[in-house]
Design a protein around this ligand. Sequence first.
Ligand SMILES: C[S@@+](CC[C@H](N)C(=O)[O-])C[C@H]1O[C@@H](n2cnc3c(N)ncnc32)[C@H](O)[C@@H]1O
Length: 179
Amino acid sequence: MNNSLYEKDKCTNSDHVATPRWVLENIYSLIKVESFDNIWLPFNNYDSEFKLKASELDLRYKATHIFDDLGSDFFTTEPPCKCDLMISNPPFSKQNEIIERSFYLIEQKSIKSFALLLPLSTLETEKRATMFQEYNDKLSILIFKKRIKFLGHATSFNRGCCWICYNIPALQEKRIQWV
Ligand SMILES: C[S@@+](CC[C@H](N)C(=O)[O-])C[C@H]1O[C@@H](n2cnc3c(N)ncnc32)[C@H](O)[C@@H]1O
């Protein structure tokens, strides 16, 4: 574990904010997380609630992070074999590239479905709107009624957010929901 780099990143990188536990408990329940067999948590290191909760539920998952032992960069790391769900809280500043790669991984059949926690403003911009529209067949959007208070090292910030989900069976009946 590249612990010292990770600890430094936590203090200096404005993209590094921790998602509170209630957000995890809520989404894991809504998507029926226990129904997935091989889950990938691509931006989550040892102290992430995504990972801690997955362990508690005894899920079969792999958590990776740019500062783990292998330097697992999302843009070059292959998902675990037979990955049927990718779920995470990506760095918001790289959201365009991350959304693009997520749909690429779907196209490649490297992942079957995904759920990404993003700011509400992800629904803005023609570029992102066009990507979402192209995959509208199995897209679901969960909109938070209240802002999420993310926890940083020295500070915290509140942000209106949504989950952008693709091909999650439990969400196909109601593809827009407020949570
Ligand atoms: C929103 S934070 C998530 C923090 C924490 N894992 C949590 O559970 O809340 C996004 C994390 O992704 C990491 N990151 C940034 N670029 C990355 C990349 N290309 N591949 C993997 N991780 C990356 C950042 O260092 C940051 O820690």
